[in-house]
Design a protein around this ligand. Structure first.
Ligand code: SF4
Ligand code: SF4
Length: 166
């Protein structure tokens, strides 16, 4: 091996070791600046940025109502089949046939966080949630039903839908 190349590589290794040791030294005398060491004890006080994409969730108001009418646009636009909309046809109080959402299924394990479903939902029913602790022993737990148990569609949204269907 060329002697200059040999000493060049030795010098490069020492320089890289020095750079790493400088970072280690900096944080070892300033423990307050190490943000990761506080997790998970600081779970409740963690500040998550608004733009953080943890998972897709459906918004519900205090009356457990959402605005999802089961149109299926999010399902159609999802590039990898992470969303399944299951809807039912019922006969409403006026005797009209009406389609209502049964389950808005979201496969977190297949989601690539592209955001197309959220962007294209005409009623803004889904958004990014901030939960990031998704480690599970059973991958079935990564399949979620986004409409909460016992929830229903908000009255005004239902009326708009009925007008369109009439
Ligand atoms: S974020 Fe993208 S991949 Fe994930 S469910 Fe929505 S459309 Fe599908
Ligand atoms: S979440 Fe939005 S796009 Fe998806 S089915 Fe509901 S209303 Fe339609």
């Amino acid at each position: 091996m060329n002697i200059f190349k040999y000493f060049g590589e030795v010098f490069g290794a020492i320089r890289s070791l020095w750079a790493g040791m400088r970072v280690t030294g900096y944080y070892s005398i300033r423990p307050g600046k190490v943000v990761t060491q506080k997790y998970p004890e600081n779970r409740k006080t963690l500040v998550i940025a608004d733009r953080f994409k943890g998972e897709v969730i459906m918004t519900h108001d205090s009356n457990n109502q959402h605005t999802c009418n089961g149109c299926g646009i999010c399902e159609m636009n999802c590039p990898n089949g992470s969303i399944e909309i299951i809807s039912n046809k019922i006969t409403n109080a006026e005797g009209k046939s009406e389609r209502i959402i049964d389950k808005h299924i979201y496969h977190l394990s297949m989601c690539t966080f592209c955001g197309l479903c959220i962007k294209t939902c005409p009623s803004g029913s889904i958004k990014w949630g901030h939960d990031f602790e998704h480690a599970v022993f059973d991958r079935n737990k990564l399949t979620k039903v986004l409409n909460q148990p016992g929830s229903s569609i908000r009255k005004e949204i239902k009326e708009v839908k009925e007008t369109k269907e009439a």
